[in-house]
Design a protein around this ligand. Structure first.
Ligand SMILES: CCCCCCCCCCCC(=O)SCCNC(=O)CCNC(=O)[C@H](O)C(C)(C)COP(=O)(O)OP(=O)(O)OC[C@H]1O[C@@H](n2cnc3c(N)ncnc32)[C@H](O)[C@@H]1OP(=O)(O)O
Length: 220
């Protein structure tokens, strides 16, 4: 399947036909989506398992060969697909929680996410995962509507209640205000009516001499 990898591609709104990482069926013919779903399935199944030593050794060997096969297909970061598929949950980045962005306006964004044990701390979402989800949706909003690129300067997260696993959580972002290059954002995460976390964040617009690709020697 041919896919758009442009970093500034229009935001894709969730389409029920797209792959859900918790749904083993993926869009027919979308081989990369199938691969991401498979990687996520490995992560979740590994986390939930307790293999005996022989099984662990066998599975490790199998995964080493998979890694070797993928290493043969390595490309530069701008050309990789993971993280660049805007239509997939978590942009096809298998570490990222599978956040579906449902809607983005100039000042708001909303999405939903369900995490399993791979993203768990103890019986609830890991405290490092919550900021990942906020950064994803708040950065998406901060950089939407044709605004020049901005980077996260700070992200302060309040954990209000344990975020349960295996159930859908609602995530929202709000563009509070702009002050020169500074964009102030707020995020909230709900399980039903329960606020499980909220966040305040600042995104700072890059100066012309700054670049997203810091390996190109931009002034960052
Ligand atoms: C992913 C989903 C898809 C969505 C699309 C996502 C793609 C976006 C790009 C990738 C985003 C990331 O990966 S972000 C990854 C995590 N973030 C980073 O790595 C950022 C690292 N930090 C930096 O690069 C820099 O510190 C910047 C760009 C954030 C700011 O540096 P700068 O440009 O030199 O800013 P500077 O002139 O000093 O400050 C400008 C104004 O901001 C204020 N300011 C700056 N930093 C702070 C701060 N931490 N706390 C308070 N205020 C601050 C200053 O006081 C000043 O206010 P005043 O005096 O004007 O009032």
């Amino acid at each position: 399947m041919d896919v758009s990898l442009r970093p500034n591609a229009p935001i894709d709104i969730w389409n029920p036909d797209w792959n859900d990482p918790f749904d083993p069926t993926v869009e027919a013919g979308d081989e990369f989506a199938e691969l991401v779903a498979a990687v996520r399935a490995v992560q979740e199944a590994f986390t939930r398992s307790r293999p005996d030593p022989a099984a662990a050794a066998g599975i490790a060997g199998t995964l080493r060969s998979v890694a070797q096969r993928l290493e043969e297909l390595e490309v530069g970061e701008d050309d990789q697909i993971a993280g660049h598929r805007w239509d997939l949950a978590g942009r096809g980045q298998a570490l990222a929680p599978p956040l579906h962005i449902d809607a983005v306006t100039e000042t708001t964004a909303r999405g939903r996410v369900t995490v399993g044990r791979f993203h768990a701390g103890r019986y609830a979402m890991n405290g490092g995962v919550t900021p990942l989800i906020f950064d994803e949706i708040m950065a998406r909003l901060a950089n939407d509507s044709g605004r020049p690129w901005a980077r996260t300067a700070y992200l302060n997260v309040n954990f209000r209640a344990p975020a349960p696993l295996d159930v859908e959580l609602r995530v929202e972002a709000e563009y509070l205000r702009q002050d020169g290059r500074k964009r102030f954002m707020r995020g909230t995460m709900y399980h039903g009516d329960v606020l499980v976390a909220d966040a305040d964040g600042l995104w700072v617009e890059l100066k012309p001499e700054q670049t997203l690709n810091i390996s190109e020697g931009g002034d960052v």
